[in-house]
Ligand binder design. Structure first.
Ligand SMILES: Cc1cc2nc3c(=O)[nH]c(=O)nc-3n(C[C@H](O)[C@H](O)[C@H](O)COP(=O)(O)OP(=O)(O)OC[C@H]3O[C@@H](n4cnc5c(N)ncnc54)[C@H](O)[C@@H]3O)c2cc1C
Ligand SMILES: *[C@@H]1O[C@H](CO)[C@@H](O)[C@H](O)[C@H]1NC(C)=O
Ligand SMILES: *[C@@H]1O[C@H](CO)[C@@H](O)[C@H](O)[C@H]1NC(C)=O
Ligand SMILES: *[C@@H]1O[C@H](CO)[C@@H](O)[C@H](O)[C@H]1NC(C)=O
Length: 552
């Protein structure tokens, strides 16, 4: 592969760079590009503020994320510990995450990059002479315009658009003359006052006169919403077929397990690079230990909440074969599972919500039950924002490859007719991991290096890139056999849930930088706590390599 010519390189820092999306991925890319010396960076978001999933209009008191303190952050800025750290085992709150990203923005980005808020990206296309044309529209003004960039980073989110089954949509509700309020979980924060107005606080535990909120879904969003409503004294019924699998313990897991490499080593990765990983995943004894470990973790989590043996909440994918696991942390009384045990959250499960009933007041379930609802909250999941923006111009194939590497490599080869030397497109936020702070920051460096033509380990031809992506995709299908039905472009080529340290290491090695930075000796390395500080100097390390390459 040839590198961009030196004439392009001398101007690259003043070229207009477009970053689409201001969530975690967009924010850290903006930071890295500014640090690297880019002077014309524009960030576009449809929201009123930064943060994406964790933006001010989305988070609510009581929302807790899966990550513990110290995990989900960026290296340049510390995060204060949550107030109730001891009670929850250090779990970061949604509000805490939002405050953190806003502080990060004010401290490092505001006034340095150009932020365009409340502006929807409708479409993106590449013009051979003008570069990337981004068609946008004001969310309120509805005024369309076209912005032009020489390179763009798509950071609009792999799960930022609501996924709503047709039978349960607001249109379906209208057709059935359903009288209640119907919203998707993404609107929960903004419609909270309306919900509290329609469904008042119960006078006693079995008071059914104040109305009911029905929450459809068995994932984390559904559970968080149920817990919030129950803790506010509202009657809640939760409908689901299968629930998410989770981790929980009576006392918080120690850092050397929770934030070390052990869990990642016990989860196979496409490349088993250490002897310990090969032992766990290729030998009889190792596989037995691995299976027993995950089974134990699953059982002890169910037991931590004393879930009855016949509870529908045990109807989950296994931790090992599933593609995500919620971390409930330390058992505490305000938690969803405790509220279910205590009867403050009612379950209608296992059952699927089929449609709105003819009485205009309830939902009909697959088990024949009708549940009355004044408010229906559809926590029915998410889909990526990518496909609709590309509108067919980045065909099908983009979803085959969702790692940053995969997508960047793949799409570069697919965008017709892109000269191979032109490194002008990347997707950020496409590596799904359980430590998005660390991986997003490393991926942002990867993208910046890629754009700058730094020395990197990359496939040598488009054909090689395609072959690599297809291999990964085939591996994914084997690794997560039961999940195919709902694996789509959001989680497709690489999903590095437990194995995020290996994914980050691969990106570091692509940049010829040291990997496995948490250190330790022959015996301690799996238990070393992985700290964001270990990637604080990536920009500097990359600059040194770049200068060396230019000098030689
Ligand atoms: C409910 C929920 C809970 C989650 N919980 C966790 C968790 O506990 N731990 C964890 O690690 N991960 C969690 N995740 C995964 C989460 O998606 C990532 O952690 C991360 O926040 C994604 O960041 P992002 O920047 O890629 O996307 P987002 O945060 O979705 O940001 C997308 C950005 O793009 C903008 N945008 C999108 N489409 C357009 C458009 N057409 N035009 C203009 N702007 C657009 C949005 O306005 C936003 O600024 C959760 C996801 C969801 C949906
Ligand atoms: C940034 O790029 C845009 C588009 O080319 C251009 O109009 C604008 O003047 C540039 N801004 C700066 C500060 O160079
Ligand atoms: C949608 O509703 C129809 C009519 O009740 C039902 O037969 C069908 O199974 C429902 N579809 C889903 C996906 O639930
Ligand atoms: C993504 O997965 C969900 C869940 O199965 C599905 O309903 C949705 O249609 C998928 N999205 C796309 C774009 O395929």
């Amino acid at each position: 592969m040839s590198t961009p010519s030196s004439t392009t390189m001398s101007n690259i820092y003043s070229e207009p760079i477009g970053i689409l999306g201001a969530g975690v991925a967009g924010i850290i890319n903006t930071y890295v590009f500014l640090q690297d010396g880019f002077t014309n960076v524009t960030v576009i978001t449809r929201d009123r503020s930064v943060g994406g999933i964790w933006s001010r209009d989305r988070v609510y008191p009581g929302l807790r994320i899966n990550n513990v303190h110290g995990e989900y952050r960026f290296s340049p800025l510390d995060m204060p510990p949550p107030d109730d750290s001891v009670e929850t085992g250090g779990h970061i709150t949604g509000m805490g995450m939002c405050d953190y990203i806003e502080t990060f923005y004010e401290k490092f980005l505001q006034g340095k990059a150009k932020f365009i808020f409340e502006t929807e990206v409708l479409n993106v296309r590449r013009d051979e002479t003008k570069g990337w044309e981004v068609k946008v529209e004001g969310v309120c003004s509805k005024e369309p315009r076209v912005l032009t960039f020489s390179r763009i980073i798509l950071a609009t989110g792999g799960c930022s658009n609501p996924n709503i089954p047709a039978n349960l949509s607001t249109e379906a509700a209208q057709n059935a003359q359903f009288k209640g309020l119907v919203i998707h979980s993404s609107q929960f924060r903004s419609r909270l006052d309306d919900i509290f107005e329609l469904v008042k606080q119960k006078m006693s535990d079995d008071d059914k006169t104040k109305g009911t909120v029905v929450v459809v879904g068995g994932g984390k969003s559904a559970m968080d919403i149920c817990a919030k409503l129950a803790n506010e004294g509202r009657r809640v019924v939760n409908v689901f077929e299968t629930a998410d699998v989770f981790l929980a313990a009576k006392s918080a897991l120690p850092d050397f397990i929770r934030k070390g490499r052990l869990l990642s080593l016990l989860s196979p990765h496409i490349v088993l690079r250490t002897r310990l990983e090969r032992f766990f995943h290729t030998t009889t004894l190792g596989s037995w230990i691995t299976k027993t470990f995950w089974k134990f973790l699953e059982a002890s989590s169910f037991d931590a909440f004393s879930l009855p043996k016949d509870s529908p909440l045990r109807n989950t994918p296994s931790i090992f074969w599933g593609i995500r696991t919620n971390d409930e942390g330390r058992v505490n009384s305000k938690n969803y599972y405790c509220l279910v045990n205590g009867g403050q959250i009612e379950l209608a499960a296992p059952a699927r919500a089929l449609r709105y009933s003819d009485d205009g007041k309830s939902l009909r379930l697959s088990n024949g039950q009708e549940v009355a609802a004044d408010v229906v909250i559809l926590a029915t999941g998410w889909k990526s924002s990518w496909t609709q923006i590309f509108d067919g111009t980045l065909p099908l194939l983009i979803w085959i490859s969702s790692s940053t590497i995969g997508t960047t490599r793949r799409s570069r080869t697919l965008l017709p007719p892109t000269p191979r030397t032109r490194r002008d497109f990347a997707i950020a936020g496409a590596i799904f991991t359980s430590n998005n702070g660390y991986t997003s920051e490393v991926a942002a460096h990867w993208i910046s290096s890629y754009f700058q033509g730094d020395p990197m380990r990359l496939p040598s031809s488009p054909e090689e890139a395609v072959a690599e992506v297809e291999l990964r995709s085939a591996w994914m299908r084997k690794r997560y056999p039961d999940m195919c039905s709902w694996v789509n472009e959001s989680y497709s080529c690489t999903l590095d849930f437990w194995t995020w340290p290996q994914a980050a290491d691969e990106l570091l090695e692509d940049m010829f930088l040291p990997s496995m930075r948490s250190g330790g000796n022959l015996f301690t390395w799996p238990f070393q706590v992985i700290d964001l500080k270990e990637i604080a100097t990536l920009g500097e390390e990359r600059r040194v390599l770049r200068e060396k390459a230019t000098a030689s």
